[in-house]
Design a protein around this ligand. Sequence first.
Ligand code: AMP
Ligand code: ZN
Ligand code: ZN
Length: 402
Amino acid sequence: MKRILFLLLAISLLFGCNPEKTKEQRQYVVMLSMDGFRWDYTEKVPTPNFDKLAAMGVKAKSLKPCFPTKTFPNHYSIATGLYPDHHGIVLNSFFDPESNRNFSIMDRETVQDGSFYDGEPIWVTAEKQGIKSGSYFWVGSEAEIDGFRPTYWKTYTKDFPYKQQIDSVISWLQKPEDYRPQLILWYFDEPDQTGHIAGPDSQELESKIIELDFLLGYFINEIEKLPFREQINVIVTSDHGMSATSEERKIVLYDFIPNEWVIEVQGYNPNFNMKAKEGYIDSIYFALKDVEGITIWKTGELPERLQYGHHIRTLDLVVVADSSWSVELSHEKNVGNGAHGYDNNNRDMQTIFYAYGLAFKENYISETFNNVDIYPLICEIIKLKPAPVDGKIANVRNLLKE
Ligand code: AMP
Ligand code: ZN
Ligand code: ZN
């Protein structure tokens, strides 16, 4: 009998069935998004901590967001691996003709209403498979989606102190193993705000990047103090970049069309989705089609590469300003010094991707890839069975160790 038990123990050790061993090898992913961090901001000022991250792991030449290059569509694309047409968060604010309701990032009730969010965010994939997750302000994580929420989550608070946020994320990682989230997504609302107000080429922006680099250094230092630090993979990324804007390059839509032709208009500079008064789609389209500084499409006719304009929430017409131009609904609206939302091929809209940890190669520069590829990448690292998505692991497998 003793010999049989010994044999069984030996077999289980050989095939890795020992629960202690499995726990030891568990990998963690902690992903931070710094809103509106353009791909080249780290070239503007010294950023020793970003450089350290690149040396310890992987840096992409840039990360390509989805169109429209706005905050909610892109954070939710990173979370779900789906294009906005497939996850339904088609702009920061939109009208849903099916439920006859508006969604807006300014309206807490809709932000927290899971019925607006399609697709399966990665924390739901994780929780469904028995993996604990945490989200500190990631878009969509305040809503119950498909009956699930992250185990740990917070209600979004604008301008929340970043250091306090870092300390909370670290405290989640200090929980006893059975309570510790294996996947954490968290979010800073800068340098987006500074980019809008002062512009991407301003000194204020440079100071903000220095501050964020310092905070990143503090965070990495805290991670390095954790006893299981070798099992943690850190990703630092963002939703989109920023383009300089000016009052001199501003188009006001109602200079070209009477406003009674439009019965619903959603969005803000540089993106608008419009529903036309019955029989007026062509009138609007032809009135705006040759206006310098903007591009207009009828939904269903956008170029394939934009992967946009098939969802019912994109309404009848999609308008976007051309690079560095602005489009507004009134002359009174000031365009500020920076905007995003433009074509995702526009270099200014591209953003950052850094990662290091057990799963990632070291000192490796990767080519640009799509943000929808992050979902399958994380699934691969923490061994989740992915939901069907637009992103492809084949595009990012080269980031991982053999
Ligand atoms: P925008 O630059 O207009 O695409 O949006 C950026 C803004 O989105 C940030 O300044 C935040 O205030 C806001 N935001 C980000 N995450 C959330 C959230 N989870 N809930 C509500 N607003 C958010
Ligand atoms: Zn953003
Ligand atoms: Zn922004």
